[in-house]
Design a protein around this ligand. Structure first.
Ligand SMILES: [Zn+2]
Length: 87
């Protein structure tokens, strides 16, 4: 099970962000609406120019684990879906 699928991680992120969506800042009314989103999408290839530029921009280590807590944030399912379409 990856970190983002663990119930205690979901709950901790929900609390850490004051029970708000990290994308639109709306309050969650239902815990069941909570989806855990990768801040840097896993879909970007690690060797891609875009990925390397993100690392540089935010001064991140090249061996960053995209499934680590630092790369996870809570979001509403609909916000998460909108972002995926935009990618
Ligand atoms: Zn949202």
């Amino acid at each position: 099970m990856t970190l983002k699928d663990r119930p205690e991680v979901r709950y901790a992120l929900w609390q850490a962000y004051q029970r708000k969506c990290a994308i639109c800042y709306k309050d969650f009314f239902n815990y069941s609406d909570l989806q855990i989103d990768h801040i840097i999408a896993e879909s970007k290839g690690r060797d891609s120019k875009e990925f390397q530029e993100i690392l540089k921009k935010y001064n991140l280590p090249s061996d960053i684990d995209l499934n680590s807590l630092e790369n996870l944030r809570p979001s509403l399912g609909k916000c998460n879906k909108l972002l995926r379409v935009a990618e």
